[in-house]
Design a protein around this ligand. Structure first.
Ligand code: ATP
Length: 379
């Protein structure tokens, strides 16, 4: 039996990128032989094994045949007579369809090295159009490598468009779409993910909430700004807020819109919460200098600053990012949030109790003093 390093590890080594994950393909072996050698079987649909020492994945070389819709609609054929070239043929992109032997020699039957040099994301075979997940994968790889000059080949984009128009994207589960979206948001050029989906007609189908934003002349500036945010959660919050701003969504509609979006996308609660906080308080943050004590206190309470002060730096990054996009000057949002937080903590309930306040009167007095402290702030 022969083992080869395949897929992303070969691609990223040739690009000089760090390698996190190593996948191996095994040619000329049966499942029984693998088990005899101590590998642990894990694959449900096709034979994949975990190496007893390294814990890395070893898959038997296989071919696949389309039997149904979606990325799960395949039957696989794995046997010792499946060749390396046959296994590489079922892969999505030429740059992902190379294999490296233990002696370092490369098997590259579909021109992966050439496409790496030409900076092209190109499908391996027409069978690309059998799996809608590949639309998202290609857009994600484009978002990862855009800064290196990579672009999607026209003929690959045409197949992606075919998958979109054929309705195949609807067979992707929300979980799978979210998984790819979240990974794409973390890539160096997340805006490129949205752009590629737009160009192949998938944006309107999978993320229609961002379609108007992507068409807006202000989109390229937002896409550039997004890449500067360190956390995917922040990128999601800014993207969502900007989409609502472009559509002039009324303040009362912000919460239901975001809740519906996050429910549909199956976004984790932390993503939803940050998008809600940023979108509902963004206007208030910009208006702080002109606002009275009551409005300032409403922003501080809306952001739950008293109970969750640790969120201030991340929220501030989102507000600064949006303010830069909207061309609004002002001091860093973190300074404003910290000033609000100080204003809220100037008076404590314990102090008021000592002064004889209790029950509702205590609550009212606390609020009155917090408002007054907020009103005294100069931004
Ligand atoms: P990443 O760096 O994002 O992990 P990767 O290329 O290693 O990229 P994996 O999802 O780990 O991505 O997949 C490993 C390899 O399996 C890919 O390089 C590709 O050859 C193949 N592959 C994975 N998913 C698909 C798919 N849906 N269609 C075709 N080939 C795929």
């Amino acid at each position: 039996m022969q083992t080869y390093l395949v897929g992303g590890a070969v691609r990223d080594r040739l690009l000089g990128y760090p390698i996190y994950d190593r996948d191996w393909v095994v040619v000329g072996a049966s499942a029984e032989e693998m088990i005899d050698r101590g590998y642990k079987p894990v694959g449900a649909d096709f034979p994949v094994f975990i190496h007893p020492d390294s814990g890395e994945e070893y898959a038997l070389a296989r071919t696949e045949r389309k039997t149904g819709h979606g990325y799960g609609g395949f039957v696989y054929y794995a046997s010792p007579d499946v060749t390396l070239e046959q296994d590489l043929l079922r892969r999505d992109l030429t740059i992902n369809a190379m294999a490296e032997a233990p002696d370092g020699s490369l098997t590259d039957p579909y021109g992966g090295q050439q496409d790496l040099q030409k900076r092209i994301l190109r499908h391996v075979s027409p069978a690309f159009a059998e799996d809608p997940l590949r639309v998202l994968r290609v857009a994600r790889f484009a978002a990862r490598y855009a800064a290196l000059g990579f672009r999607v080949a026209d003929e690959t984009l045409a197949l992606m468009r075919k998958l979109s128009t054929a309705g195949e994207l609807s067979y992707l589960s929300a979980e799978r779409v979210w998984q790819e979206f979240e990974r794409a948001l973390g890539e160096p050029s997340p805006g490129v993910f949205i752009d590629v989906l737009q160009r192949c007609g998938a944006l309107e189908i999978l993320f229609s909430e961002f379609a108007a934003l992507q068409r807006n002349p202000a989109w390229p500036a937002l896409a550039t700004g997004l890449a500067e945010l360190p956390k995917t959660q922040e990128r999601f919050a800014v993207l969502t807020c900007a989409a609502l701003l472009i559509e002039n969504i009324a303040a009362d509609d912000i919460r239901p819109r975001i809740e519906a979006l996050c429910l549909r996308l199956k976004a984790p609660r932390s993503y939803r919460d940050q998008a809600l906080l940023v979108s509902s308080q963004q206007a208030g943050m910009l208006q702080l200098p002109q606002a009275d004590g009551e409005a300032r206190l409403a922003v501080a309470n809306g952001l739950d600053l008293l109970r969750r002060p640790e969120r201030m730096p991340s929220l501030a990054r989102c507000f600064d990012n949006l303010a830069a996009w909207l061309n609004v000057d002002g001091p860093p949002a973190l300074e404003r949030l910290q000033a609000l937080h100080r204003a809220l903590t100037e008076t404590t309930p314990a102090q008021l109790m000592q002064q004889g306040f209790k029950g509702k009167a205590l609550g009212d007095e606390l609020k009155r003093r917090q408002q007054a402290a907020c009103a005294r702030l100069t931004f």
